[in-house]
Every structure is written in C-alpha cells, then in structure tokens.
Design a protein around this ligand. Structure first.
Ligand code: CO
Length: 133
C-alpha cells in the first residue's frame, strides 16, 4: 500500500478568515499552519485533526485553479491529499497503473512537502494529491 495516511482534505472557500472562524466556532478548531503558495495562487489554513489536516484553501489570484474551481462548482471539497513515503515512486506507480498525472514530476508543496497531483478524470472524479513530508 503506497498511501500511509490521509494527509489532508482540501476545501475551497471564498473567504478564508470566515471559514477559519466557522471551524473555530463550530468545532473549537485552531489553525496550526497558514501559508500563501504564490506558485499556485492560493492561501491555505491547516487545521489539525489527529495526524491529518483540514486544509481551507482560497485563491489569491483570478487565474488560480482554485478560483476557476469556485467559479465552476462553488465552495466545497477540492481535493484529497494522501501521504506517501516517496512521492516520485508513488507517482510513477500510479501512472504505470493508468492514472493521469497533472504533475509530470514531484514539486514543492506547502510546509516544505513534496507533492504531485493526479487528474480527477482517471480517479473517479477526485483530484488526488500525493504528499511526501
Ligand atoms: Co493539498
């Protein structure tokens, strides 16, 4: 089994502060990490749930893929991040098994992670992120 843990469930939101506040009010959740990822045009807030995270994600530019997602589908679950020991090896194996890669090679993610995305088209409609810590 290549997947070692659910790393995060990413939820696209229009107002990051409002979403953080809602999770605080509703579940007493606190932000354990907040980061702007310029390359992807997003800002994220990570809320710890045991060894995993809820990742609240909002676009900082109109050309961000998350901005396009919000326009097309509205707020909601954007992708699932699965933790792997070796992102490159997991990506190779997934592609060999027929998965369509969005990233041909692993690339830097938030928190100093290494990540690669798999297209929802070959994954039953779910955008999948492979996350190596
Ligand atoms: Co993610």
């Amino acid at each position: 089994m290549l997947l070692t843990e659910v790393d995060h469930v990413a939820i696209a939101v229009r107002d990051l502060d409002a979403a953080v506040q809602w999770y605080a009010d509703t579940f007493a959740a606190t932000v354990s990490h907040r980061e702007t990822i310029e390359r992807d045009g997003v800002e994220e807030a990570l809320l710890s749930v045991a060894d995993s995270y809820v990742q609240l994600l909002t676009p900082i530019r109109t050309d961000s893929t998350v901005a396009k997602f919000l326009d097309a589908k509205g707020e909601g679950i954007h992708h699932v991040g699965y933790r792997v020991d070796d992102c490159a090896a997991a990506l190779r194996q997934a592609v060999a098994a027929g998965a369509k890669a969005i990233d041909a090679e692993p690339r830097p993610g938030s928190r100093g992670t290494t990540v690669a995305f798999l297209h929802p088209k070959t994954a039953f409609g779910t955008l999948i992120e492979l996350v190596q810590e």
